[in-house]
Write a protein of this length. Structure first.
Length: 124
């Protein structure tokens, strides 16, 4: 039995307390969101994480908690850590931008050449 400090007030219940404690309610909300948005049951989500070795497939170190999906098709790809999922979102899933960013970080600075007003040619 959990102490009342872990429960929230429930407006519709006869005793004035919610049906679920805060941790259980958070887990139910998380599971419901994954089911609504991605069509994933809790066991399917756990299976995805197990198949990728329990780590984020990009950084290979952090615990994966965020479902990555193709925004065009809605197809689930993998489960990523917060930072890697946010990074992909910032790059708007554009592989060219990600490759240029990787080249930049590796020290391969590049400068586009202006060939016409507003038209740039990227180095090969």
């Amino acid at each position: 039995m959990r102490p009342h400090t872990e429960w929230e007030p429930g407006k519709s219940s006869s005793d004035g307390w919610a049906c679920y404690c805060r941790p259980c309610r958070a887990e139910r909300n998380r599971e419901g969101r994954f089911r609504r948005e991605y069509g994933l049951r809790p066991d399917e989500l756990k299976d995805l994480v197990v198949r990728q070795g329990g780590v984020c497939v990009i950084c290979l170190s952090a615990r994966p908690q965020h479902v990555d999906h193709d925004h065009g098709t809605g197809r689930v790809r993998v489960v990523l850590c917060f930072s890697c999922n946010a990074a992909l979102g910032q790059f708007k899933d554009r592989p060219g931008a990600m490759r240029r960013a990787a080249a930049y970080v590796e020290g391969n600075a590049w400068k586009p050449t202006l060939v016409a007003p507003g038209v740039y040619q990227l180095p090969s």
